[in-house]
Design a protein around this ligand. Sequence first.
Ligand SMILES: [Zn+2]
Ligand SMILES: [Zn+2]
Length: 350
Amino acid sequence: MNVWGYWKCPYCGETVRADHKDCPKCGTSIPNDVRFFMDTSKPIEYVDKEQENNEANWLCSYCRTQNPAQAEVCESCGAKKSDALGSYQPDPEPITPKPKPERRQKQRPKKDYIHRQNSSALKLLFGLILFAALGIFALNWYQKPVDREGEVISFGWQQEIGVEEYNTYRENGWNVPSGGTVVSSNREVRSYKQVLDHYETKTKRVAKQVKDGYDVKYKDMGNGQYKEVKTPRYKTVYENKTYKEPVYRKEPVYDTKYYYDIDKWKETDVLRTSADDHEPKWAETDLPEKVDSPKYGDKRQGSRRGKYWVIIKDDKGNEQKLERSLDEWKDLKEGDKVKYQTHRNSDDPL
Ligand SMILES: [Zn+2]
Ligand SMILES: [Zn+2]
């Protein structure tokens, strides 16, 4: 929509609405070099729809009257538009009305206050992130193992030969292996699953952009009229939104457990040897390694395993026990330097 602009009477200083060609106070005519202006301190006066004009005036070359773009001849002397001196040059920048002073005073401190609040909250957030990052870094540094070196002063080892016995054993499981004879079965809890129990209504704060009036600007049409240009203004409002969150419960899953008897070899004993020296020996045994067509109560040699360690003197003069693989351990000699790791706050090898 267009609104009326004004011109200032050069004789008496009266502010005259642009559709008046003569000053109502002193009768002075609108000057040829008039500059129209908006006066937003006055009530806005809208131009009737049929009078709306968006083209700049032209200036008669004979009588210097300003004529609307639609007029083909001068409204005052009848001269042709094609002989025009030129057209009125509108102000390129739209006019923004100034807010009323009392409103401004009320708004300013509030705005500043919000701004300060935002920036201090931002600083706090930034500080917290920095603090957390430093904390993670420090924890990482603290937990990272450190390399140490010690000197071998003695050796030790322990070796075991499993002793297996062939017999009927009572076992249980969710399946019966081949050769098993079921004695009984039972429904038992095998696992748990999450099942949807109910929904909980929760609320969260969500930000929303809502229209908060308009910013109004007035664009000079070059004929005393100004085009009102409205751009919507938005503000952020927060509202509580409810949503449903599923709540699960643990429910047991039942299955059939079988109790069965099975004939098999099973480790029932160990033959252990150990010493604080560098010469590991397996226990001496008469048990066979293999038994063809075994009878209940028959025994045989089972798996073999060993532990091998060195006693070292650490950089503080304390004795520490380090376990090593058999190959590594065999190659070590008294006085050798060995590398190992500890925690930063401890002398115990990892
Ligand atoms: Zn006047
Ligand atoms: Zn004229």
